[in-house]
Design a protein around this ligand. Sequence first.
Ligand SMILES: [Zn+2]
Length: 238
Amino acid sequence: MLLPLVENHMYRRLKKILLSPIDVFVFHAVSDVYDDTVNEKVDWTLTEEFKRYILSLKNHYKFISSSNAYIKLKSDLTRSNKYAVLTCDDGFKSVLGILPFLEEQGIPVTLFVNPKYLDGKSKREGYAVNPQYITREELWNLTSPLISIGMHGYEHNDATEMTKDEFTGSVDKCIELLQQHPRYIPFYAYTWGKHSDMTQSVLREKKIVPVLTDGESNYRYRQGISRKPIDGYYLKRR
Ligand SMILES: [Zn+2]
């Protein structure tokens, strides 16, 4: 009875030696001044703090794109380099201010956006004012090879509270409105990381890569790509 457990333990240790993790990080809003009418503190980082943290990650990891990480997770038999991927959810306008820094550092970033708010008028539920989202024009101006654009739902709703038809409709609208973007990738970051067997099967059918927010590292591709939050709120708790 004990042997499979020992083997399992040894296998996990061996896997960690032969296969370095790919850590995928997610942030939301970054700005010089905190504005509570635009963001929630849990989703915000001071610009200087963000830069300092990214530079410290750069000392430990080689940054690669989401698509490259997906390929590696699917095909690497061994992996000696420690890789990191940077992602950003919600598409807040303030993020445009940090992109030149990431470009300068040669760091790829994937922006997961809700296409409904790209019209400059639509408000996200729960926000007192329009939280200043990136507009469609601004998004279409982002053509750097270091940037990729993924989906975060048509609106910022909880996927697990939708019917299968509602979730499918939301994904289809995302594809329709984003797939013409030159940097579009078929990756879908769940809002608040919430997902179910239903949402997973819808994405699988559409050959879309699910992106989770479960705090885990990635070794091999299983049911999606795991992520760790790095907004200021989480950095202070490290
Ligand atoms: Zn979100």
